[in-house]
Design a protein around this ligand. Structure first.
Ligand code: MN
Length: 260
């Protein structure tokens, strides 16, 4: 390994031979926040209040105070977010090995399926069909479910809450089990507000993308966008969460490096 490789990468980024794609939704008061039914405690929404704006409160500077839950907007799920991952000393935002924040991505396009059925459930058969075309998912890769869901923006259709809970796509228990046990992924990322299917409270186990992924020390990414700008393989994701002491996750900027 020589420094030449990094020099070449810097040159490629400067000349756009390697594109930097922003997979992040803009954080603002209208950012949708996951809604839990009673009696579960709710997350704060995103709020921003001015400290000063080149005025008598601070004539030379502009800055704001922020408030939000850790799982707001485009955000990172650490293993300790779920009860199944609670015993991992290196499963917090401040203790995870930083190497895991730079990893390749496999993008599985489910856009057509989700257009036909907003409650689409990804099964192992979809992953196998993808691998037939693009090759085996390598150990340590992110698997991202591209659905077009991010195009719903901050509208009510993004959370898409109904009487029986949210109607939004996600993986089956069998699909998550396959990615964890057979592919040893780095983590699982989606465009919807959470990594699990909207009806996953009724899955066995409930919320498999949380229960099984975090139980195996895998990571999560939610509310991603611009997945349509990524190739099925070959993108490199940069996903460091805020270094919150004993954090369960955090909003973050997600960048992808894409060749060509
Ligand atoms: Mn989350």
């Amino acid at each position: 390994m020589s420094a030449t490789l990094l020099t070449q990468l810097a040159e490629a980024i400067a000349t756009n031979a390697v594109r930097v794609v922003d997979l992040t939704q803009t954080l603002r008061p209208s950012t949708p926040v996951i809604q839990l039914p009673p009696p579960f405690a709710p997350s704060n929404p995103f709020t921003i209040t001015e400290i000063s704006h080149y005025d008598e409160r601070g004539p030379g500077w502009y800055w704001n105070n922020l408030s939000m839950g850790e799982h707001t907007g485009t955000h990172f799920d650490a293993p300790v977010h779920w009860v199944t991952g609670q015993h991992y000393a290196d499963g917090f935002t401040d203790t995870l090995p930083v190497q895991r924040f730079v990893a390749p991505a496999c993008v599985i396009d489910c856009t057509k399926e989700v257009e036909a059925d907003e409650r689409f459930v990804m099964e192992p058969s979809h992953i196998e069909a993808w691998e037939k075309q693009h090759g085996k998912i390598p150990a340590g890769a992110w698997v991202l479910m591209r659905t077009g869901w991010s195009k719903r923006g901050d509208s009510p259709a993004f959370l898409n809450g109904k009487e029986d809970g949210p109607h939004s796509p996600g993986p089956s228990t069998a699909a998550v089990t396959f990615l964890v046990n057979e592919r040893d992924v780095n983590g699982w990322g989606v465009e919807a507000v959470g990594t699990d299917h909207g009806q996953a409270y009724a899955f066995e186990p409930a919320f498999p993308a949380h229960h099984l992924m975090h139980g195996a020390k895998k990571l999560g990414l939610a509310s991603l966008c611009n997945l349509d700008q990524l190739p099925p393989t070959g993108a490199l994701l940069i996903t460091p969460p805020l270094k919150i002491e004993k954090g369960s996750g955090s909003p973050l900027r997600v960048l992808a490096l894409v060749a060509g």
